[in-house]
Design a protein around this ligand. Sequence first.
Ligand code: ATP
Ligand code: MG
Length: 554
Amino acid sequence: MENEAVSRNFIEQIIDKDLAEGRCETVCTRFPPEPNGYLHIGHAKSILLNYGLAQEYHGKFNMRFDDTNPTKEKEEFVDSIKADIEWLGADWEDRLFFASDYFDQMYEAAVKLIKKGKAYVCDLTPEQIREYRGTLTEPGKESPYRSRSVEENLELFENMKNGVYKDGEKVLRAKINMASPNINMRDPIIYRVAHMTHHRTKDAWCIYPMYDFAHPIEDAIEGITHSICTLEFEDHRPLYDWVVRELEYPHPPKQIEFAKLYLTNVVTGKRYIKKLVEEGIVDGWDDPRLVSIAALRRRGFTPSSIKKFVELCGVSKSNSSVDYAMLEYCIREDLKLSAPRVMAILDPIKLVIDNYPEGQTEELEVDNNLENPELGKRTVPFSREVLIEREDFMEVPPKKYRRLYPGNEVRLMNAYFVTCTGFEKDEDGNVTVVHCTYDPESRGGNSPDGRKVRGTIHWVDAASAIRAEVRLYENIIDESKGVYNEDGSLNLNPNSLTILPDCYVEPSLKDARIYDSFQFVRNGFFCVDAKDSTDEKKVFNRIVSLKSSYKLPS
Ligand code: ATP
Ligand code: MG
């Protein structure tokens, strides 16, 4: 019991206390993205945290688009965000909301503040407002419009709504305290004039609420009990609390901040991803080198691997970067038992088994996953010519080389023992074909007489193998060389993508569908690319290599 209490994160501790003290009866959380880009791994953390808490406390999880800023918002992003959250498995049931649905209530809330003498229309220019705001060390100066009467403010605010003023001509400000040590409390702007078409309300409004005013209202309207956001909003919390207090909501929501998730060797910020996309450096928001949710999915990550990753990260109050290798660890753990283990040759060279009958093919039965018998078995064709990895043959082997070289016997995985008898070269001296003989008594790769071979190599049947393209990835940024160049641009890793157009996979992959994942013996875990793979040309993304030196932090 004691242990359990200790392992609860600080947000759970706050919620436990709120429930125990009767501040709230149930738990309602929300995920409030701005529809101005695709979601990334950091958002996944926020989604799974909010959804997970709602589940843990048998409460509710709302999905809400924070679409109060019409400049950057697009319908395309609304759709992608919904798809990503569904894929992650966070279920908002019938509670899909848009902040723009509350524009009427927000307007009424502003009127209420005016009537209470807590808001005023200000005519200062944006530059003047900035000037009057003061600095971290100096207090601000009161606006000459601060003492306008309630009647005048009501009339001017209505005029703002009715389109009487140009953008920037007038704003509505909360009347709080220009001398507050917290700059956010120095009469913040709560409504601005913006003659813009909104993606949902179209031209119904030409005034729009500011985030700090809108967000607490959205939370209060929906009955959110715990409004979880990231640390940069910590200084805004007094304003959040001021808004819910002055508007006299009966069940005030509570804002709780946690540290953003950052990863090494990748870009997470929407702004940076957008730049890479717009400059054509990557192949769209779902380029497998990115960590947008769409990209992780396309690369072959699973929802459960991302969930596991987020859990391992935990929630904290201090910013730090998580090693990208931890994300790789999570997908490896997930696929180890669930992905079929098949043979694929990425850099092929032909191996001819000279004593194998010409024209004969046999079907060998092999396990789909040695560690998970539940995945069953399949058959793999074998005949006189197979393809092996070029690196699995050497004319002159270095010490300790256990694979094929003239005179050496190895096991063809699941098939037969073969002994290398020779090879052919082209005019340039490149090896083109390797020759061997097989021992028919060693079928299934079993030693016929207790004889040992020291190497096992994988292969595919040359006649029936399917040609495929394989894409190998490295981190898009090599942090060991610095994230930024001197001119401030991102220091991109030139080797982040390698395309291998001439690979061969075993015929069992003929019917593999997009997003299907496999372990390719010795080469790593791979996933059928959702964008470019077709029946005519299969494309596989390497999700992750098989091993790494990464150790989970204890
Ligand atoms: P970014 O600037 O990284 O693109 P954002 O904060 O502008 O993100 P929003 O759509 O406003 O994106 O965020 C929706 C929610 O996701 C917010 O509650 C925000 O705090 C949270 N969030 C954003 N980035 C991260 C992150 N890296 N880690 C955890 N939560 C995050
Ligand atoms: Mg934002």
